[in-house]
Design a protein around this ligand. Structure first.
Ligand code: C2O
Length: 578
């Protein structure tokens, strides 16, 4: 009886169907392990007719690309051959339970000392697009940076037509002087640092600077094709407008998160942010070449580098035109005025998560803890009765809830993990400003900041809402705030002071943009939400490096959860020592 059932044709069909279904269902693709080696060395580089020795990775400037797929594990061995202490941050990588590999010096690790090395070990989970890596100590990221390209898992397409070619376009900021000397001097005098001499595209300032025409980024394209440009703003201190003359850009991904595509002629990118755009070239070979340019969006009071970096979009000559040496006219894009805050507001409002079935926007709907942080500049009195070069003889400082963060001399994550926080940090960061005032109006008389190494402690899986409120104490200013270890959803933004009674009603809890760096509007506020599902110590700071140096930074501790897969594993054996 039994045998006859097994031999019945109906049974065979069921077995066969099950077998076929199983073999054609998409199997979970396991990532691979990719090995990289970063040798930190000195290298001579000439720009704007100035030759100087810079700190670089593998003798490359900008540094090497990391290319991986979602799901891959990366093992990156960083060997320090220079006199400076070094640490490298993988900006935007979630670092799920791999906080030891995050990289900010004295936050998750002691820096790698001369002659030492450290292997950064992490896996890319749930991210696809462009991120980047950079040094995370002092101002060394001015020359130590490069792209991280995250392709979808093998066999998984982009949610847009496959581009013909992909090109990283990384903006930087070039100083003829040594950037380390620039910030050291600024911190000693209390004044603003000297500004940069040029912006760069892929390390090249371009033809609008003196002695720089040879150092121009050229994007050679064919007509009738789609190019994916992976834009990264690695500049130290400047948000940038970017445009390509006579071409439209379609935005498809920011901070390694797909967005609802939209077209724009000009985009804004803050330090720390990445933006993937599709560039459709003209269907016919045009009789012109086109500049792509970037220059700053600036809201602060101080001096800044107001120069313009340019690259060239050049169409390859059609086959029937071989040998023609006709000089083509050059078109130049028009960028918004330097302080165009309404452009910034309109542009950022357009960014929406894709929020599809395949790429959902998991916006926290219920909030466990609410925080209100003021961000902005302030002052402190000069060292021992001297006169400083900040406002009215004071020193520039920057703060969150009026606390200017003091860097510890031991790494916070190690102190937290070993239960030895005494003398390293205090878990008492104010969740609300201790003194309330009209944040975007006339400032109070005493605006001196306080100092401390203060953190917020969050239980595992706390859902957080954080209002970041700009202050106008030293003038309203946009601040690109970056959170390590998480993506957050930007559920609301506005000008003036946040109104807790009115503004939440307008929050977008359906398809808000998800990212790791957001511009707090000049003279306004932004509301973000995130789920604290990643145990560790996570830095949050303004990605304008000068503001970070002045103390616009703090950190969150996210505690372990109860389950084994909700705990931070012990540190790797080669974790650097202070
Ligand atoms: Cu891109 Cu804490 O930095």
């Amino acid at each position: 009886m039994g045998a006859s059932v097994l031999q019945s044709p109906a049974f065979l069909v069921v077995v066969l169907t099950a077998f076929i279904t199983l073999s054609i269902l998409p199997q979970p693709v396991l990532g691979i392990t990719r090995h990289y080696k970063f040798d930190i060395k000195l290298q001579n580089v000439t720009r704007l007719c100035h030759t100087k020795s810079i700190v670089s990775v593998n003798g490359q400037f900008p540094g090497p690309r990391i290319v991986a797929r979602e799901g891959d594990q990366l093992l990156i061995k960083v060997v320090n051959h220079v006199q400076n202490n070094i640490s490298i941050h993988w900006h935007g990588i979630r670092q799920l339970r791999s906080g030891w590999a995050d990289g900010p010096a004295y936050i998750t690790q002691c820096p790698i000392q001369t002659g030492q090395s450290y292997v950064y070990n992490f896996t890319i989970v749930g991210q696809r697009g462009t991120l980047w890596w950079h040094a995370h100590i002092s101002w060394l990221r001015s020359t130590l940076y490069g792209p991280i390209i995250i392709l979808p898992k093998r066999g998984v397409p982009y949610p847009f037509a496959k581009p013909y070619k992909e090109v990283p376009v990384i903006f930087g900021e070039w100083f003829n002087a040594d950037p380390e000397a620039v910030i050291t001097q600024a911190l000693q005098t209390g004044g603003g640092p000297n500004v940069s001499d040029a912006y760069t595209i892929n390390g090249l300032p371009g033809p609008l600077y003196n002695c720089s025409a040879e150092d121009t980024f050229k994007l050679k394209v064919k007509p009738g094709k789609t190019y994916l440009l992976r834009l990264i703003n690695a500049a130290l201190n400047d948000e940038l407008f970017f445009s390509i003359a006579n071409h439209t850009l379609q935005i498809v991904d920011v901070d390694a998160i797909y967005v609802k595509p939209f077209e724009t002629e000009t985009l804004l990118i803050t330090p720390g942010q990445t933006t993937n755009v599709l560039l459709k070239t003209k269907s016919q070979y045009p009789s012109a070449t086109f500049l792509m340019t970037a220059r700053p969006y600036v809201t602060g009071q101080g001096t800044f580098d107001n120069s313009t970096v340019a690259g060239i979009l050049e169409y390859e000559k059609p086959p029937n035109n071989v040998g023609s040496i006709k000089k083509l006219p050059l078109f130049k894009p028009t960028l918004p005025p330097l302080n165009d805050t309404s452009f910034a507001a309109n542009f950022t409002q357009k960014l929406r998560s894709l929020a599809s079935a395949q790429f959902p926007a998991n916006v926290p709907q219920k909030i466990d803890k609410r925080f209100f942080f003021t961000v902005g500049l302030g002052t402190s009195s000069c060292h021992s009765n001297q006169t400083c070069q900040g406002p009215n003889g004071t020193m520039f400082q920057a703060s969150i809830n009026n606390v200017s963060f003091v860097m510890p001399t031991k790494a916070l994550l190690q102190s937290h993990f070993s239960g030895q926080s005494n003398g390293v940090y205090n878990p008492n960061f104010p969740i609300y400003p201790l003194i309330q005032f009209n944040y975007t109006g006339t400032p109070p008389n005493n605006t001196m900041v306080s100092n401390g190494t203060k953190l917020v402690v969050l239980p595992y899986n706390t859902s957080v809402e954080l209002i970041l409120q700009d202050t106008s104490i030293l003038g309203a200013e946009s601040h690109p705030l970056h959170l390590h270890g998480f993506n957050f959803f930007v559920v609301g933004q506005g000008f003036g002071n946040f109104d807790p009674n009115k503004d939440p009603a307008n929050f977008n809890l359906v398809d808000p943009i998800e990212r790791n760096t957001v511009g707090v509007p000049a003279g306004g506020w932004v509301a973000i939400r995130f789920l604290a599902d990643n145990p560790g110590v996570w830095f949050m700071h303004c990605h304008l490096e000068v503001h970070t140096s002045w103390g616009l930074k703090m950190a969150w501790i996210v505690l372990d959860g109860k389950l084994p897969n909700q705990k931070l594993p012990p540190p790797p054996a080669d974790l650097p020592k202070c």
